[in-house]
Structure formats: C-alpha cells, structure tokens
Design a binder for this molecule. Structure first.
Ligand code: C2E
Ligand code: MG
Ligand code: MG
Ligand code: MG
Length: 287
C-alpha cells in the first residue's frame, strides 16, 4: 500500500511539475509577444515630501494580459530574469521612463525626478553604464532627473563591481536608492561607504507601524541611523493618515503609497497634476 501511495504521489508530483513548466513556458511566450507587440506599459507612482509636493515618481511596469488582467511585475520580473527577457524589458523601461518625463516636461511638469527599478542582472551586465549613457543622450533627459532603485541583494553580489558601478553612476549625476530596505541582510553600517542617496523602508515595516511596537522601533532606528549617514528616508506603502502622521513625526522625508496616489499612466499623472490633486488616480479609484 505504501508503495502504491508512493507511486501515486510520484505521479502527482511529476504531473504538477509538467503543468508548471508548461505554464511557465506559455507565460514566457506570452511575455515575448507583449514585448514584441509593444504592449507593456509603465505607470508612475508619486513620492511626496512632508508638504505633499511631488518630488519623484516611481516607474512601475504593467503587463495587461488578455486573460489574466494586469499581471504583477512581482510575478513576471522573476520569470524574465530566468529567461533573460529582463534585458530587453529593462532597456525599454529606462527609455520609456525618460521619454515620458520629457513628455510631461513639455506639458509644464518637469520638476520631479523619475525612479526606475533595476534588476540585478541588468545592473551587473557588462555594458550597462554605456547603455544608460546612450539612453540619456538619446532621450535628452538630464541625468540628474533619473534615479535608480536597487535592492540590497544587488549590492551584496559581486560587491566590488557594484561599488565601481555606483561610483560611476554618481559621477554621471544619477542618484541611487536602496529599495525594500530592511528585508535583506545588509546593514546601514555596510551602506555607509556607498555613494547612495536614499533608502526606501519596505512596506512590511510600515504596514503595522501604528500598532506594532517592534515595527515602530525598527522604523525609528532606521530613520535615525540613515539621517546620521546623510541619507534621505522614504516610507513605502503608506495607506492611512495615521501612518503618514506617525512617519512624519519619526522624520521620514518622503512618502509613497495608496494614501497619496496609486501608480497611474502618464496621461492620468498629467491630469492629476493639472487638477492639483493626486487622489482618485488609478482605475480602482480611492479605496
Ligand atoms: P517596488 O519597487 O518595491 O515597488 C513598490 C510596489 O508597492 C509596487 O508594486 C506598488 O504598486 C506597490 N505599492 C505602492 N504603494 C502601495 C501601498 O500603499 N499599498 C500596497 N499594498 N502596495 C503599494 P508593483 O507595481 O506590483 O511592483 C512590484 C515590484 O516589481 C516592485 O517593487 C519592483 O521590485 C518590481 N518592478 C516593478 N517595475 C519594475 C521594473 O520596471 N523593473 C524591475 N526590474 N522591477 C520592477
Ligand atoms: Mg522600487
Ligand atoms: Mg520598493
Ligand atoms: Mg517593496
């Protein structure tokens, strides 16, 4: 009986794997079609300062899929990294973001920066800096208006290389932020020698910051150390007025989250800027 059960389990296991492989393959092909058909979209989510002014917008990829709705980048970026498709996607994102800032600039909204997420593979690939210089030259966006978001993991891998690239970016005038700070293994002590300008405290610490004393202490400690090192602190995933109030008191300088605005296409961003209001910004509206 045990043997029988074992065999069944094995069959289930292999069938499960086959499904997953097929599904991944299908998703890979569909993603390729979306890239080739120019169907990926970039949406922008504002980062506001303590006074509510937009100082930056983060570019976030959107894949409108015929059957799956908007497939989250959290789902397809890891896949694109495995298949290498991230290289084409990453380049497109950088170009699109720079062009969209020019588009907004031409309409009178050229005051804020744009932050682009970089995948580790993009950052470490030889020729990344050259490609970036080309894109900036071709789109005519000043380097000082572009910011790159990296996760801690990117810097731990090939750390020597990473430091050289960071210095080259600083020389170009492109600022770097550490994304999802607190979820990796690096410490602020490690970051203190790196030419970075911002850290973005991960949403997981912000979520319960008003109820959970541990999270509140962690956020306060991060803010105080970051300020000591001259880094700007961004709070990610701010959803309530209570969180915003507390995070302001703790000294966070920038805020990003559904309370302020959801990610939106450039046209919606222009409308919101024109109306002087960030609310009611994405499809879902204000929740
Ligand atoms: P991230 O860079 O940490 O981006 C922030 C994520 O939090 C976004 O998810 C955003 O929509 C979401 N978010 C913002 N405010 C709130 C809030 O108040 N509440 C909640 N629940 N969520 C909020 P999104 O757009 O699904 O992106 C997920 C991740 O995918 C990003 O995390 C980033 O790591 C990656 N990603 C997105 N676009 C790109 C890209 O162009 N290139 C690369 N390499 N990665 C990207
Ligand atoms: Mg980010
Ligand atoms: Mg983030
Ligand atoms: Mg995050």
């Amino acid at each position: 009986l045990a043997k029988q059960q074992g065999r069944n389990a094995y069959q289930w296991f292999t069938r499960d794997i086959t499904l997953r492989v097929n599904e991944r393959l299908a998703l890979r092909n569909e993603l390729q079609d979306a890239i080739d058909g120019n169907r990926l979209e970039l949406h922008y989510q504002p980062l506001c300062d303590q006074a509510g002014e937009i100082v930056c917008v983060e570019a976030l990829l959107r894949w409108p899929h015929p059957d799956r709705g908007f497939v989250s980048p959290a789902e397809f970026i890891p896949l694109a990294e495995k298949t290498g498709q991230i290289m084409a996607i990453g380049r497109w994102v950088l170009e699109r973001a720079c062009l969209d800032m020019e588009w907004l600039g031409a309409r009178g909204y050229g005051e804020f920066k744009v932050a682009v997420n970089l995948s580790p593979m993009q950052f470490h690939r030889a020729g990344f800096l050259e490609a970036l210089r080309e894109i900036l030259a071709a789109t005519a966006l000043p380097a000082s208006r572009l910011e790159l978001e990296l996760t801690e993991g990117v810097l731990l891998k090939d750390a020597g290389d990473a430091v050289d690239i960071l210095h080259a970016l600083r020389d170009m005038g492109v600022d770097v932020s550490i994304d999802d700070f607190g979820t990796g293994f690096s410490s602020l002590n490690y970051l203190k020698h790196l030419p970075i300008s911002k850290i973005k405290i991960d949403r997981s610490f912000i979520k319960e910051v008003t109820e959970n004393l541990d999270d509140a202490s962690i956020v306060q400690a991060i803010v105080s150390m970051a300020h000591h090192l001259g880094l700007t602190v961004v709070a990610e995933g701010v959803e309530t007025e209570q969180q915003l109030g507390l995070l302001k008191r703790y000294g966070c300088q920038l805020f990003q989250g559904f309370l302020l605005a959801r990610p939106m296409p450039r046209e919606r961003l222009e409308q919101a800027l024109k109306a002087g209001s960030l609310l009611f910004s994405e499809e879902e509206g204000r929740h």
